[in-house]
Design a protein around this ligand. Sequence first.
Ligand code: TMP
Length: 294
Amino acid sequence: MASILQKVLQEYGNKDKCKIQDPTKVEAILQKLVNDGPSKLQVITDFDFTLSRFHKDGERCDSCHGILDHSPLMPDSFREKAKALYQKYYYIELDHKMTVEEKIPHMITWYRESHNLLIEAQVSKQKIQEMVISSRALLRDSAVNVLSNLNDHKVPVLIFSAGVGNILEEVLHREKAFFPNVEVISNYMLFNETGECTSFKEPLIHMFNKNETALDSPDYFQHLKHRHNALVLGDSIGDLDMGSGIHNPGALLRVGFLNDKIDERMDSFINNFDVVLVDDQSFDFVNVVSRLVC
Ligand code: TMP
């Protein structure tokens, strides 16, 4: 009899893009996910370049920060300073020779400086809407179908993002993908009475503290304590911890989207994620799995 993994790969149809170090383990996870069904499932996903695309038609897409960094509605001085920060710190984020512990202080500095630039630029709620509409922030193909299917089956989806919550919410609204089953934990801008950003909500979330310590609502996982199984979806090693708050974890399928610096990061992705999708700009794999479970 064909295994569930074989069935998933056949329906996914992109075997070349899918790397699995331990097929036996993945088969066992899939079996349990399918046997337990939607009532035991929750989904935890990163936003930038996981739910959203990394590139389209040969051009890079925007992350939450990229929307602001590339918008002509932001002052030139902001764009220059933001670009300088990005050029310095993005390479540290991806450096496969540095440990996470070595990277964390740099990432905190990046986030604090980046948030200060947004406060200095007095970004307004209204401008965010306009910038999102004209941006190159795009959800992956079939991502909206997956969210809709999960919503139909009352499976909770946590979007756990080190980007900017107000911006990613606007992208979800624009794509009509902010379904009632979606909860967002992210860095939120706080606005004054005239609608300008004056500070950010604490705690700061960066790409390496995405675990239960960064939750401002620790009740989140408590409410879901009967849901032991999860799909954990990310594009960074830091995303692997996103499920650390799950009570008595059962079957966790950790899917990694490997978008950038593919050769350098392949080993680390394959050693850490159960399934690695190499330069796949769709949510097709997740779609196949979620439809088998629900
Ligand atoms: P995430 O994908 O883990 O949610 O992380 C957010 C991404 O945003 C991460 O790859 C770094 C990136 N980023 C920028 O592009 N510009 C910035 O100013 C900051 C602080 C982060």
